[in-house]
Design a protein around this ligand. Structure first.
Ligand SMILES: [Ca+2]
Length: 479
């Protein structure tokens, strides 16, 4: 383990600012849970009462984005505070370096006891945790195997989401009460293949879930990347996804309509168990009398297409999967029921944890602490735009073209640069470089690529300059 002096070389022991009492932190993360399947975010298709409690009693961030919308790289950002090109975790195949500093090691050095329970998905075993129990890779929904700290693989009877809830509560009940704690509770759900638990297998059985406005989007005018991708509801779903064959003869939009109902119901059933297990943690904190001393965070590793643009999955810089839910309850800090509209990133989470632990931000971390935002005091110079990059170029089975771009509060500029650029999980095949531009105030569903519209040429020129500035600022290399 790295010593505190090694982790905080500039400040050593002085890095820990004197604070009367430091908060516990429970970071609950799910996998592929889009904001628009949370009622606090205005979901039209489900209710999530326990996650909503965090919004009612804390802060809901309305504009939280990921820097690379896919599982392993997003977890890399969380554990390092670095963009994918600097952490080296650019694709699903890349692993975290167990010997380098990470978020958990910084929390340990700050005097926290640390635990990681559930889906880790960073290839090498966790370091920096006093306790961990993780799923191997994606893990299974039913009777899953977990990897224990001694390296053994042990099978547990039950439903994965409930087991991760059980293990989290069990660890909390056995914790060292003389120290604050930092626990990462990472659910597998509602990741593909969307297998519901026994409690909710019949939920929504006799109802029709409303379809998204863009379920039958044909991607007209968009870059070739949209058409090239393989994540169409119906056409690109497997039998494992749908658990049955489509009715014979069904094709085109009729197939999509049918498959959407099958897929979204299973997805939402999985979400319901996640919500229950958020509730169990909140109940535990109440019963234990430590709710006021504990920050509870709910987040997903990225968003997801819920039939939007005709798709399932993620990866694109489009809103549905660029956005991720972020709800934070920190009693006594900020007003309950606050909706924060500042632009925040998953890049900010690591520095936020360290800041809330009373330690100085590690010099290498690229994000900003959200602590002032949680206290209702957004700094005057807070970011007004964000940089995104997806690296897997046609890899990972969904054939999404590598791209990068910039998003402001109103506009979005995306560049599909057409090459794999030596990324491990990518397919070595060129595609034509292409641009997309959206005015999200006029076109919030991103249906009209206005890149060639003369009216926007000045804005697009400014955004191109800004994109180059952001790449330089974050030490990335343009294609
Ligand atoms: Ca994910």
């Amino acid at each position: 383990m790295l010593s505190r002096r090694q982790l905080f070389p500039a400040l050593a022991g002085a890095a820990l600012r004197a604070q009367p009492k430091r908060p516990n932190i429970i970071f609950i993360m799910s996998d592929d849970h889009a904001s628009h399947a949370i009622s606090a975010y205005g979901s039209k298709i489900n209710k999530t009462p326990h996650i909503d409690r965090l919004a009612n009693e804390g802060t809901r961030f309305a504009n939280c984005f990921v820097t690379n919308s896919i599982c392993t790289p997003s977890r890399g950002v969380l554990m390092t505070g670095l963009y994918s090109h600097l952490s080296g975790i650019k694709t699903l195949s890349d692993k975290i370096d167990p010997d380098k500093p990470n978020t958990a090691k910084y929390m340990q050095a700050a005097g926290y006891q640390t635990a990681m329970i559930g889906k880790w998905h960073l290839v090498t075993n966790p370091t920096g945790f006093d306790f961990w129990r993780i799923l191997p890779g994606q893990g299974l929904y039913n009777n899953p195997v977990f990897i224990e700290m001694n390296g053994e693989r042990k099978k547990y009877d039950g439903y994965c989401t409930d087991l991760i809830g059980d293990f989290t509560l069990d660890w909390l009940s056995k914790r060292d009460k003389s120290k604050p704690f930092f626990v990462m509770c990472h659910h597998k759900a509602p990741h593909r293949e969307w297998t519901p638990g026994p409690k909710y297998k019949d939920l929504f059985k006799d109802v029709t879930i409303p379809e998204p406005d863009t379920l039958y989007d044909e991607h007209k005018g968009r870059a070739g990347a949209a058409e090239r991708s393989r994540m169409r509801v119906g056409q690109d779903n497997t039998k494992t996804d749908l658990k049955m064959d489509p009715p014979p003869g069904l094709e085109g939009n009729a197939l999509r309509k049918w498959a959407y109902q099958v897929y979204i119901k299973d997805y939402l059933r999985c979400v319901q168990s996640v919500d229950d297990n958020v509730g169990r943690v909140l109940d535990y904190l109440d019963k234990e009398g430590i709710a006021n001393d504990t920050i509870v965070i709910y987040n997903s590793d990225q968003g997801f297409f819920l039939g939007d643009h005709g798709w399932f999955d993620k990866r694109f810089m489009y809103e549905e999967c660029l956005r991720t839910p972020l709800l934070v309850r920190w009693p006594g800090h900020g007003r309950p029921g606050t909706v924060n509209k500042d632009m925040v990133l998953n890049l900010d989470f690591a520095p936020t944890f360290v800041d809330c632990a009373g330690a100085a931000k590690p010099a290498e971390m690229q994000g900003e602490s959200l602590k002032p935002l949680l206290e209702g005091k957004t700094p005057k110079n807070w970011r007004q735009d964000m940089y995104y990059r997806y690296w897997m170029h046609l890899g990972g089975g969904h054939s999404v073209t590598a791209h990068y771009g910039v998003r402001t509060h109103r506009y979005k500029l995306i560049y599909y640069y057409g090459k794999a650029l030596g990324s491990a999980g990518a397919v070595d095949q060129d595609t034509p470089p292409e641009w997309e531009f959206y005015d999200m105030r006029k076109d919030p569903k991103e249906l009209r690529n206005a890149y060639s519209d003369p009216a926007y040429q000045k804005v697009i020129g400014t955004l191109k300059k800004r994109l180059a500035q952001l790449q330089a600022h974050y030490k990335d290399t343009p294609a």
